[in-house]
Write a protein that binds this ligand. Structure first.
Ligand SMILES: NC(=O)c1ccc[n+]([C@@H]2O[C@H](COP(=O)([O-])OP(=O)(O)OC[C@H]3O[C@@H](n4cnc5c(N)ncnc54)[C@H](O)[C@@H]3O)[C@@H](O)[C@H]2O)c1
Length: 250
C-alpha cells in the first residue's frame, strides 16, 4: 500500500489501541507519512514492541482508557498542539443476546467502546477549539450498522459510536473540527470474539457463513482512518464510512 509523503509532517496525532491490530497499523502509517504519534494502549508489552519495531516520533502511554485519570496523562504526553485523535481501542462482547448479558460484560464493553471514547474526545476538544482545527476519527463496526454482527452489548456500543460521531460533528464542524467514523467488517487482528451463547451461534452462524466478505488487513482500515484524519478529507464530517468489502450493502 503506498503512502502520501509528508501528509502529517508537523502534526501530532493520538491513537488509542496503538499497540495492536488496526491501531498499530494506523500508527505505522502516520509515522510513514511524517507525523508524530502518541500511541496509547493498556498493554505495555505491545507498546514496547511498537517502539522497538517502528522507527519514528512515537510517544507511548501505557494506560487503561477507562481510567478517568488517563485523559490527563494522554493530553500531557501530546502537548499543546493536537491535530488528530483516532479512537481505535475497543473490545468485543461474547456474542451475548439480551437475556444472557452479564452486568460485567455490559459495563466493560460500554466503558471501553463508548465512555472512554467520549472522555478522550472531550479532552482533546479544548486544545483543538483553541486552534480552531482538528480531526477526530472513531472506529465503529458493521455491528453499528445492523443487529446481526455481534452480541447486544457490542452492537449497542457501536451504534452509540455512530451517534456520538454525528453529534460531535454537528456541534463542532462549524468551529473547524471534523469528526468521522469508519465501520470495519472483519479484520485480521488480535481482538478476541469467543461465542459465549449457544443461541447466538445458532442464530448468527448461518448469517456469518453467507454474508461475511473477506477478512481485511489492518492496513486497509488504517488507509481510511488516516485519510479521514488528513486534510484530504477537509470537507468530510459526520460520515460513517463503511470499510467492509461491501458487507453493509447486503
Ligand atoms: N477486528 C475486527 O474484525 C473489527 C471489526 C469491526 C470493528 N473493530 C473495531 O476496531 C477497533 C480495533 O480493534 P482491533 O481489531 O484492532 O483489536 P486488537 O485487539 O487487535 O487491538 C485493540 C488494542 O486496543 C487495546 N485496548 C483494549 N482495551 C483497552 C483499554 N481499556 N485501554 C487502552 N487500550 C485498550 C488492546 O490492548 C489492543 O492492543 C475496535 O474498536 C474494534 O471494535 C474490529
Amino acid at each position: 500500500m503506498s503512502h502520501v509523503a509528508n501528509r502529517f509532517t508537523g502534526c501530532t496525532i493520538i491513537v488509542t489501541g496503538g499497540g495492536a491490530g488496526i491501531g498499530r497499523a494506523t500508527v505505522e502509517r502516520l509515522i510513514a507519512e511524517g507525523g508524530r504519534v502518541v500511541a496509547v494502549d493498556v498493554s505495555a508489552d505491545r507498546l514496547t514492541s511498537l517502539i522497538d519495531e517502528v522507527q519514528g516520533d512515537i510517544t507511548t502511554v501505557a494506560a487503561d482508557i477507562t481510567d478517568p485519570a488517563s485523559t490527563a496523562q494522554i493530553l500531557d504526553a501530546a502537548g499543546p498542539r493536537i491535530d488528530g485523535l483516532a479512537n481505535v481501542a475497543g473490545i468485543m462482547d461474547g456474542f451475548e443476546p439480551t437475556a444472557e448479558i452479564s452486568d460485567a460484560t455490559w459495563d466493560r464493553v460500554l466503558a471501553v467502546n463508548v465512555t472512554a471514547m467520549m472522555r478522550l474526545t472531550r479532552g482533546v476538544l479544548t486544545p483543538m477549539l483553541e486552534r480552531g482545527m482538528g480531526s477526530i476519527v472513531n472506529v465503529g463496526s458493521e455491528a453499528g450498522q445492523r443487529g446481526s454482527a455481534a452480541g447486544t452489548p457490542y452492537t449497542t456500543s457501536k451504534h452509540a459510536v455512530n451517534g456520538f460521531t454525528r453529534s460531535t460533528a454537528f456541534f463542532y464542524t462549524p468551529k473547524g473540527i471534523r469528526c468521522n467514523a469508519v465501520a470495519p467488517g472483519p479484520v485480521a487482528t488480535s481482538i478476541e470474539a469467543p461465542f459465549h451463547s449457544e443461541w447466538a451461534g445458532e442464530r448468527l452462524g448461518p448469517l456469518f457463513q453467507t454474508n461475511i466478505p473477506r477478512v481485511a488487513r489492518p492496513e486497509e482500515l488504517a488507509a481510511a482512518i488516516t485519510w479521514l484524519l488528513s486534510d484530504d478529507a477537509s470537507n468530510v464530517s459526520g460520515a460513517i464510512l463503511s470499510v467492509d468489502g461491501g458487507w453493509a450493502s447486503i
